[in-house]
Design a protein around this ligand. Structure first.
Ligand code: HEM
Ligand code: NAG
Ligand code: NAG
Ligand code: NAG
Ligand code: NAG
Length: 517
């Protein structure tokens, strides 16, 4: 019933919008220069009434690769898509355009209301979902948390405890009993634990597999999945109507959001009480995590709730996705795996630490090259969009109108021959190193690569705040696992990259674990 309604409604809307759209196209193509109308033709084929709906629908299960194909056929790696029911969208894999949008003309390209309304119910006015002064205040306050000093002390100690006391014993148990496990699920649980400790100062202990996942985790999972569905829904009006009526997925979203908000508020209040008691009811003092930092700065409970939720959201699935794909790629590139292990051995031979220290992690250049190479092919955030506040022209000549969506596309960029050469689809960590390559282990230096050619962490003023923390965490975890265990995927049909808000491997990554000898 609701499907019929949906289909009927969509068809009418498409027909109407494509009529309007035909009128607009006629106007712009007669008034704009010939070069811009030429560029407009580097999009999917468009038909009267239905626009590009047909090819969009046929390609819906391979949208990323479809966009990548279209982009590689465009002379400037930029296409314009008239997706009916959504705004005109410029998709670009051109580093000059990316630099213009993310840095040079930053102020013209905020996230914008169409983006922030998708995540607004969950994220409120947290850093991830706001523009302007509300954003810059949070950015300044939070950036202290990501300083080298804080990473060296707080984050590394937390990682050490989580890896040594939980992750490694768990893997050992699986190795001893010859059972397979879903590595993606394990890494997701791990990163949820660590991001909660950094952001909330609490430890949900998701790696205790004998207990079901805490409701906070499943509610988070549900809420972000449903928000991601909003973003891919062909006609935005549909989810807005479902939300107004509180039916279907929107009803589930409201329930999940209520649970997340309630749980986080409880955590805030308990911690506030504890922090006050510890300090003789004087004032709240910073205690290593973001939550105490925001409270100490005098923000209200609701504001702190929104602030920390954004951080949990940003740090939850990204690093686990990157590590999952790296383990999968290493299983097919045993030379690279061997080179990582020699690098770790040579670094640990020289230091007599029991655990990995900050300096040891910094020296792991080959491992970093492998992580960068893995995220080039499988970026945790496959695409990301901004919305223009006034008319503009991109460096390659593509016109942008007020309100247009401009999407930069890390997944497609990692696969452009213009940017990475003919061997772009191969896993070659050496492209990140100068000087001696893989055979010489850690001897090469890391190559400086423009963040606009590789915007996996975004770039410019809104570059990912957790980038350094993410690398520390990924290096710590991958090095600790590979030193002690052999990880062998037990694959059936290959793995599929699914870009929700962050990328996943469809069906998880089933692996067998063996003690490394
Ligand atoms: C491999 C791991 C990661 C990748 C690839 C990544 C990538 C990104 C990207 C592409 C953005 C821009 C998103 C947007 O503006 O829509 C972003 C923003 C952000 N990331 Fe990360 N991220 C990673 C890990 C983390 C971690 C571990 C944290 C910290 C807990 C974190 C915190 C943030 C924050 C706070 C922002 C918002 C910054 C702002 O808007 O000013 N990220 N990240
Ligand atoms: C399209 O333009 C024509 C005239 O140029 C106008 O009569 C018609 O109403 C317009 N259609 C829509 C759907 O705006
Ligand atoms: C994808 O879209 C293209 C047009 O860009 C179309 O020619 C092709 O048939 C579609 N692919 C599939 C698998 O249907
Ligand atoms: C999450 O979604 C699943 C499946 O739709 C449902 O069974 C579960 O109750 C939901 N949990 C929360 C906390 O929203
Ligand atoms: C693998 O592919 C085959 C045929 O393509 C299919 O029948 C089978 O169900 C798939 N197995 C899994 C686990 O997806």
């Amino acid at each position: 019933m609701s499907i019929l309604l949906f289909v009927g409604f969509s068809v009418i809307l498409y027909a109407f919008l494509s009529l309007i759209h035909r009128n607009i196209s006629k106007k712009t193509s007669s008034s704009s220069s010939s070069s811009s109308s030429l560029r407009m033709s580097h999009g999917p084929p468009s038909y009267p009434i239905i626009g590009c709906l047909l090819s969009f629908y046929r390609n819906r299960s391979r949208l990323l690769d479809w966009y990548t194909d279209l982009l590689s056929r465009s002379p400037t790696q930029t296409i314009v898509i008239h997706r009916l029911g959504a705004c005109r969208t410029v998709v670009t894999a051109n580093p000059d355009n990316v630099e213009h949008v993310l840095k040079a003309n930053f102020h013209n390209y905020p996230k914008g209301v169409p983006f922030t309304s998708i995540l607004g119910d969950l994220l409120g006015c947290g850093i991830f979902n706001v523009d302007g002064p509300l954003w810059s205040t949070q950015r300044k306050l939070a950036s202290h948390e990501f300083s080298t000093h804080s990473l060296r002390d707080f984050v590394l100690r937390m990682l050490e405890a989580e890896v040594e006391n939980r992750l490694l014993p768990l893997l050992q148990d699986y190795a001893d009993t010859d059972r397979t496990l879903d590595l993606q699920d394990l890494l997701k649980r791990f990163t949820f634990d660590t991001v909660c400790q950094v952001s909330l100062g609490t430890d949900p202990d998701c790696l205790d597999l004998s207990r079901p996942l805490p409701p906070l985790v499943t509610a988070f999972e549900n809420a972000s999945r449903i928000c991601a569905m909003r973003a891919t829904s062909p006609v935005y009006l549909v989810w807005k109507i479902k939300r107004a009526l509180s039916i279907g997925s929107e009803k589930k979203l409201a329930e999940a959001v209520k649970l997340v908000h309630g749980d986080i508020l409880d955590i805030i209040r308990n911690r506030k009480k504890k922090l006050l008691q510890e300090n003789g009811d004087q004032q709240i003092k910073y205690d290593g995590d973001l939550l105490s930092r925001f409270l100490a700065a005098g923000h209200s409970e609701e504001m702190v709730r929104d602030m920390v939720i954004s951080f949990v959201m940003a740090g939850r699935d990204t690093t686990s996705a990157a590590m999952t794909w790296l383990f999968w790629l290493l299983a097919q590139n045993s030379n690279a795996e061997q080179a990582i292990i020699s690098e770790i051995d040579s670094i640990l031979d020289q230091s007599c630490n029991k655990f990995l220290e900050f300096e040891n992690l910094k020296e792991m250049r080959f491992l970093k090259a492998c992580l960068c190479e893995s995220m080039r092919l499988y970026p945790p955030i496959a695409w990301d969009s901004k919305h223009a506040t006034v008319d503009d022209v991109l460096p390659d000549g593509t016109p942008v109108r007020k309100g247009d969506r401009v999407t930069y596309f890390p997944y497609g960029m990692g696969r452009m021959e213009e940017l990475w050469g003919k061997d772009r689809l191969e896993f070659k960590p050496d492209r990140w190193l100068v000087g001696p390559g893989m055979e010489d282990g850690a001897k090469g230096e890391l190559r400086a690569v423009s963040p606009f050619k590789y915007p996996v962490f975004q770039a410019g003023p809104r570059v990912c705040l957790g980038k350094q923390m993410a690398f520390i965490q990924m290096k710590y975890v991958v090095a600790s696992i590979l030193r002690r265990f052999e990880i062998r995927p037990v694959l059936e049909n290959g793995s599929i990259f699914v870009p929700l808000l962050t990328a996943h491997m469809a069906g998880g990554l089933k692996v067998a674990v063996k003690k490394r000898t």
